[in-house]
Every structure is written in C-alpha cells, then in structure tokens.
Design a protein around this ligand. Structure first.
Ligand SMILES: Cc1ncc(C[n+]2csc(CCOP(=O)(O)OP(=O)(O)O)c2C)c(N)n1
Ligand code: SF4
Ligand SMILES: [Mg+2]
Length: 291
C-alpha cells in the first residue's frame, strides 16, 4: 500500500491482510483502540512505526496501514529503541503479548523503562501464551489450568505495572480490550508522554482464557484515576491486582525524566524518510515485503 503524506489513518483501508485472530478475540479491541488513538492525534500513518514480537497479538502490525515490523520473540523493545534513535521524528509504538514483554523479554522491559526512550509500549495481556496453545504465563492467575499447569497455576501473578513503575517508567496505565474508547485515550496519552509509556492492555483470550475470558473481568475492573494523584497513590494503584483491578492512568510523573537520545544528535543524516515518489525507497521497502 502506498501512503500519501497528507492521508489520515481513518481515510485508509485496514492493512494488506485480514486478521486471523479467533472470532471474539480481545485483540480486535486493541487494534481498534490503536487505530483510534492514531486518528485522535492526527498522526500521519507514514510517520508511525509499530513493532511487535511473536504471538497472536504480535500479528497486529500486519493489520494497520502504518509502517510495522514483526520482530523476534521478546525483542521488540530494543529494536524499537534503535528505530527511535535512528529517526526521532517517527512515532514508535511497541505492541506485544504478556509472554513476549513480561516473560522472555522481561530484561528488556526493565531496562527500557529505566532508560526512557520516547516510545509507547502496549502489552496485550491475555495472561497466557495464546499462539502456542494457551500455556500459563507469568501473569496467569492462581488456579489457571493449562497444558503446563494441569493442577492449576500455583504462583501469584507478577503485576507488570508495579515492575515498570519500580524501574522508573513515568507513564503507567491499564486498559481493557472491551473498552476500546478508554484504551484509545490511554494510548494517545502514552504517545504524547515524553518518554517510555507502558500500557498494560487486558486482552481476553476467548479460546484458552478460561478464568480470564471476558466475564470474570467485568466485576473486578474499575476506572481508578486519570493520573492526577500523588506518588504514594501511584504506588498503591500500580500494585493492585486481585478482587479489584484498576484501569486508567495509574502513574504519571509530573516531572518526566530526560529521554534517552543515544548520542544526543538529531535524526541521523542519510536516514531513509518516507517519500512515495522516490523509487529508491519504494524498491527498498518492497524488498521487506513477505508474500
Ligand atoms: C525465542 C522463542 N522462544 C519461544 C518461541 C515460541 N513462542 C511463540 S509465541 C510464544 C508465546 C506467546 O505468548 P504471548 O507473548 O503472551 O502472546 P499471545 O500469543 O498470548 O498473544 C512462544 C513461547 C518463539 N517463537 N521464539
Ligand atoms: S488463541 Fe486467544 S489470543 Fe490467540 S487469536 Fe485466539 S482468542 Fe486471540
Ligand atoms: Mg499472551
């Protein structure tokens, strides 16, 4: 698809291929929310790059008319950081699953939250490994039965918002896939935040979710805050998980830390910029297309 520089995302069709997610999958809500956030901010799609890992949810960049990259399991954060450093004019967004971000990629998560590049991180948290058949993950609730936990998960789930808060993230939020309007607002605020922004997006898996499909969330979630609260309240909200699950902006640093900019130089000279009229770049980009 060729994107003219004056097009908004809502004037464009979806990506090149239709989603292969199961009917009713929460990822449809995450996709709608991200698209809505890009539209809300009026971001030119050719200046947006969405980087994912591997997993059901990580197929998302295929379904958006922006630039995108399906990368390696657990590794989208360092790749996105490199993209942002090479061309700071781009809006760089990472979308990956709980297994990707919170488990195999946990080291990158902590260091990215600490180092603070200006990227927005949306984690499709379905509390399991969807693509590989519903195995339990580090965020599975106690009692969740799967092929790897036939007696039910025995460890209390890791609370990822507490982890990124502790590592230094200045924007920490939680949304849910079945409220795309709330999630879109959080994503838009995360994109506007100057630094690393973490959005934990509860994303029910209707095929393997069991305890975690839509119904059990409905009595537990509540919109806790729009972010106007002090540090002590942030600490309570980022760690709350159980009978009650807070949504909204859980932590917003009123004095954001300096953003990681590599050597401190602006956009690298010679970096390829989107220009649909330039045949060299078209050939280059077509070379990346997997058919
Ligand atoms: C290095 C590596 N290890 C393991 C796998 C197998 N694998 C593919 S997806 C996945 C887990 C996906 O879970 P999650 O990130 O939560 O995404 P979901 O499918 O739930 O959206 C695993 C373990 C892999 N592709 N690469
Ligand atoms: S297995 Fe679960 S997460 Fe994967 S597409 Fe189906 S419903 Fe969605
Ligand atoms: Mg998952």
């Amino acid at each position: 698809m060729t994107i003219a520089t004056d097009q908004r995302i809502n004037t464009l069709p979806p990506g090149d291929v239709p989603p292969t997610w199961c009917p009713g999958c929460g990822n449809f809500g995450v996709l709608a929310a991200l698209r809505q956030a890009i539209e809300l901010l009026g971001l030119p799609p050719h200046e947006v790059v969405v980087v994912s890992g591997i997993g059901c949810g990580s197929k998302l960049p295929d379904y958006l008319p922006t630039y995108g990259m399906l990368s390696i399991h657990g590794r989208p954060l360092p790749i996105a950081t490199g993209i942002k450093l090479a061309n700071p004019r781009l809006t760089v967004i990472v979308v990956d699953g709980d297994g990707d971000a919170y488990q195999i990629g946990a080291g990158h998560l902590v260091h990215t939250a600490h180092r603070n590049p200006d990227i927005t991180h949306i984690v499709q948290n379905n509390q399991l490994f969807g693509l590989t058949g519903g195995q339990s993950s580090i965020t599975s609730d106690v009692g969740f039965k799967s092929g790897t936990t036939p007696q039910g998960a025995s460890h209390a789930p890791m609370v990822p918002t507490a982890l990124t808060f502790t590592a230094g993230a200045g924007f920490v939020a939680r949304g849910i896939a079945n409220d795309p309007a709330l999630l879109a607002g959080l994503i838009a605020r995360g994109i506007q935040y100057p630094g690393y922004a973490h959005i934990d997006a509860l994303q029910p898996c209707v095929s393997f979710g069991g305890l975690n499909s839509f119904d059990p969330y409905s009595g537990r979630t509540y919109v806790a805050s729009d972010g106007a609260h002090d540090y002590a309240r942030s600490r309570e909200l980022v760690g709350e998980w159980g009978e009650r699950v807070p949504l909204g902006v859980l932590h917003l640093d009123p004095a954001p830390r300096p953003v990681a900019t590599g050597t401190g130089t602006p956009a690298a000279e010679g970096t390829a910029h989107h220009d649909p009229a330039d045949p060299r770049y078209r050939a280059l980009l077509e070379g990346f297309r997997v058919t």
